[in-house]
Design a protein around this ligand. Structure first.
Ligand SMILES: C[S@@+](CC[C@H](N)C(=O)[O-])C[C@H]1O[C@@H](n2cnc3c(N)ncnc32)[C@H](O)[C@@H]1O
Length: 198
């Protein structure tokens, strides 16, 4: 799988742009900076934004090429991020260590998704916030990006089950227009989700 993503990230431009995801940025801007974990951070647009906003950033992704470009973006932006090449099935952070965990278009098969989502809750401090944006199954009708496998697209019911340890503050299915680099471009069906660890 990392070969697929290494190929996607081979161009010098950024597949999902250099700017952060809009929902992620809005959520982060409403919070006091602390420690954030970013699973599947890809080319680092969200991790670098968080670091520029004063957050202590821990990011991982299985793509080596993703890390190279993320570190380049961090250097260009004059910030540091702690980015490791690691798979979601084996990554480990201390429990109760993060103020925020943000899963932005971290589409994974069910056997990887569910444990990672449960881990993400464990990594949060009590009172910490989980932020997620992903495509929902209706996205299969669009050509603006995302996996073509319905098992890797996220429903509200699925997220409510995965994130049982959270007080859900926000769960919204919406149709929007994405403008995030050439692989997230145009009409899109997404889910935005946020919750706080009890
Ligand atoms: C659609 S990209 C999103 C990247 C980034 N979150 C963003 O919004 O720009 C999905 C990312 O998930 C990563 N990924 C997929 N499966 C993974 C796994 N099992 N472990 C770690 N990273 C994975 C890919 O390498 C890729 O960078």
């Amino acid at each position: 799988m990392s070969e697929y993503w290494n190929k996607r990230y081979v161009d010098s431009d950024y597949a999902y742009g250099e700017e952060p995801n809009v929902f992620f940025a809005e959520q982060l801007n409403s919070l006091k900076a602390g420690t954030i974990i970013l699973p599947c951070d890809g080319e680092g647009r969200n991790g670098v934004f968080a670091a520029k906003s004063g957050w202590n950033v821990y990011a991982f992704d299985s793509s080596e090429k993703g890390k190279t470009k993320a570190m380049k973006l961090a250097e260009k932006s004059g910030v540091e991020i702690n980015y490791i090449i690691e798979d979601a099935v084996s990554v480990s952070y201390a429990n109760d260590s993060a103020d925020v965990v943000a899963l932005i278009y971290a589409h994974l098969p069910p056997d990887v998704r569910k444990p990672l989502h449960q881990q993400s809750v464990a990594w949060l401090k009590p009172g910490g916030r989980l932020i997620l944006e992903a495509f929902n199954p209706t996205q299969l009708h669009n050509s603006s990006g995302g996996p073509k496998d319905i098992g890797m697209l996220y429903t509200e019911k699925m997220l409510r089950e995965d994130f049982k340890g959270l007080r859900i503050e926000f769960a919204e299915l919406l149709q929007t227009s994405l403008n995030e680099g050439k692989y997230h471009e145009g009409k899109a069906d997404i889910i935005r989700f946020a919750g706080v660890k009890i």
